[in-house]
Design a protein around this ligand. Structure first.
Ligand SMILES: [Zn+2]
Length: 613
């Protein structure tokens, strides 16, 4: 059952892989979950279409000039430049200068806000800044073949592998044509964006980041060893763009004091949100109020994709590292991805036509985790699998295929092995180390380390969650997905009640150990509150299972993962039952308002606390 392929496409991918191992030989086999579980009978992307056409496009940026499109003398326009302040949360606007003769050369200005009567249009220029000019100069006289490999990462938040296959049919077809390699056992290292981005971009587990470079929730991330620093030191032009405050600025964090990469658009989105008003909550009532998500009449994801294409066109022949991270609207609205397939496919069409990128660029398309509590409801067993198995594909540059046939052979052997964002981080270091003719000798690079491994070498088959920084409570190694299983019926009601009592008592104990425990209410559940019980895996020695349940006050929903040693039979007692961990599986909103958000522990406990005061 573990080898069951879930779609025609994935079967095709699997046969293309020169895999000499059987899945069973791996210490960790990852189940292939279906693209279309029964749950999706109500799949309806239409409901998630949003429209920015009501934002009037009164100006355009063309050949480095802002041009007024509407030749109406009653409409007068002026131009602000949006300038980044001393840190991520600060920006200033220059005085609004009139757009004389309806046209203005923007010169070196990067982010522009044009006001025409009551309308606002944003435009983004890509000027060659002095530091970038220096980098370009460094590569002068070096032939394209001698230049090192570039990296482009397209990241979309909250996309499981199954979700990508059901939403991005056109894009995935193009990716197959472009020889992207599909990693079928790519596993997230935590349920949050932050844990996965820290692993991929910093190469450190979240606890280690807190212990070192960003000691608490509000400390800026400037001291952290982001991978783009390694590239920048080697004269790569760097860019990191995301739509708003999504990762290192999310939830009151401080982002960066100094701009982290040569190109960085955080202040564009800040000024967009402040100018138009972030009235996200009104979207459900009236989509027309969702104005902060429109750049002009171009929607935010379209804008970022087009910006990425423009950026790559500009720096196609200069070694570069570019990360484009999309969260809106994909994080909160699982239907929306299908509506952008067309636009994402355009990016791959562009890639197909850009010979220099095909030859020189490592292209990664990746997500951080699957949908956690927005679309999948708490009764859906599939959500447990999708949350932990994000989408990840990589395309290697044609020159790498010619120069390093061993890499091509090795990477194909890894597509079904357990992989994590730490492996992507290590692979990026490997990319840098390959450029031996530029004084970066690969002999000092260790492709395999204890908890991570470059994808460019044959990875060990005995990797486990414990050995790769994956929390055991989320671990999907050897988990059994059985679409026909009516999990609950396999477990007797009496046994389920014992599991519930064990779980709730552990939940209360966990809350009691928390420093703010006196603020939190005690949780209560009765047998009627069991949502489901399901076996995750069963071996001769032990069983692991999930129990999802409601708890009061506050109609909270939790999922506990338990491990039961087999000799315990059907009896639950402390000797034989172990709590692996808890997840909150519904939104908790303001229920935990009394817990501050100072530490990662606070963040974790917010999910488990109902404020009684
Ligand atoms: Zn995320």
């Amino acid at each position: 059952m573990l080898l069951k392929n879930h779609s025609h496409k994935s079967r095709k991918v699997a046969t293309k892989v020169k895999n000499t191992h059987n899945q069973e030989e791996y210490r960790c086999a990852i189940p292939l979950v279906p693209v279309w579980p029964k749950y999706f009978s109500k799949w309806n992307p239409q409901r998630s279409i949003y429209d920015c056409s009501y934002v009037k496009n009164l100006t355009e940026l063309k050949n480095n000039k802002i041009v007024k499109i509407l030749r109406d003398p009653n409409v007068s326009c002026c131009l602000h430049e949006v300038i980044r302040g001393k840190k991520d949360s600060i920006y200033t606007l220059t005085e609004c200068t009139p757009l004389l003769n309806d046209i203005e050369d923007v010169g070196e200005r990067e982010i522009l806000l044009v006001k025409c009567n009551n309308h606002t249009n944003f435009h983004t220029n890509i000027p060659i800044k002095p530091a970038v000019q220096e980098k370009i100069k460094y590569w002068e006289g070096i032939s394209d073949e001698e230049k090192p490999f570039s990296v482009f990462i397209l990241g979309i938040d909250t996309v499981s592998r199954s979700h990508a296959y059901r939403s991005l049919t056109k894009s995935i077809k193009l990716m197959e044509e472009l020889d992207f390699i599909d990693f079928q056992a790519y596993h997230s290292v935590g349920p949050s964006t932050l844990s996965n981005l820290m692993a991929m971009l910093i190469g450190l587990p979240r606890a280690k980041v807190r212990g070192t470079c960003a000691k608490d929730w509000v400390t800026p991330f400037d001291s952290c060893p982001f991978i783009w620093k390694n590239f920048s030191e080697t004269n790569y032009v760097t860019g990191y763009v995301e739509d708003g405050s999504q990762s290192f600025n999310w939830g009151g964090q401080s982002g960066f004091v100094n701009q982290p990469t040569d190109y960085y658009l955080h202040h564009l989105f800040l000024s967009l949100a402040r100018t138009r008003g972030n009235i996200r909550k009104n979207f459900i009532k009236n989509p027309k109020h969702y104005t902060a998500e429109c750049i002009t009449h171009e929607r935010v994801p379209e804008f970022l994709l087009r910006y990425s294409i423009r950026w790559l066109e500009k720096f196609a022949n200069t070694p570069h590292f570019f990360l484009s991270w999309f969260a809106y609207p994909f994080h909160d609205d699982i239907y929306s991805l299908a509506n952008f397939d067309e636009y994402i496919a355009r990016f791959f069409e562009f890639l197909k036509s850009e010979a220099s990128l095909l030859r020189k660029s490592v292209v990664i398309f990746v997500s951080d985790h699957g949908d956690r509590m927005n679309f999948f409801n708490s009764k859906s067993f599939e959500s447990y699998f999708e949350r932990g198995l994000p989408f990840f594909q990589i395309r290697l540059p044609d020159q790498m295929k010619e120069n390093y046939p061993d890499i091509i052979e090795a990477i194909q052997l890894n597509t079904r092995k357990l992989t994590t964002p730490f492996d992507i981080h290590h692979t990026l270091l490997h990319v840098l180390s390959l450029n031996t003719n530029l004084d970066r000798s690969s002999k000092h690079f260790e492709p395999e380390r204890k908890d991570r491994c470059s994808l460019f070498v044959d990875m060990p088959s005995n990797r486990t969650c414990a050995s790769t920084n994956i929390p055991l409570t989320k671990c999907l190694c050897n988990a059994q997905y059985d679409k026909n299983s009516k999990g609950t019926s396999k477990i007797s009601p009496g046994f389920a009640n014992e599991l519930l009592a064990f779980s709730v008592s552990n939940l209360n104990m966990k809350v009691l150990k928390f420093k703010y425990s006196q603020l939190c209410s005690k949780w209560n559940s009765s047998s009627a509150d069991i949502i489901y019980t399901r076996y995750i895996s069963q071996t001769k020695a032990f069983s692991e299972l999930l129990i999802a349940f409601k708890a009061n006050p506050g109609k909270a929903k939790f999922e506990a993962r338990l491990k039961i040693t087999k000799s315990a039979g059907a009896f639950i007692n402390k000797t034989f039952t172990e709590l692996v961990g808890f997840s909150r599986i519904n939104k908790f909103g303001e229920q935990s308002w009394c817990i501050p958000e100072e530490t990662d522990e606070d963040k974790e406990m917010k999910e488990l606390c109902w404020c009684k005061i």
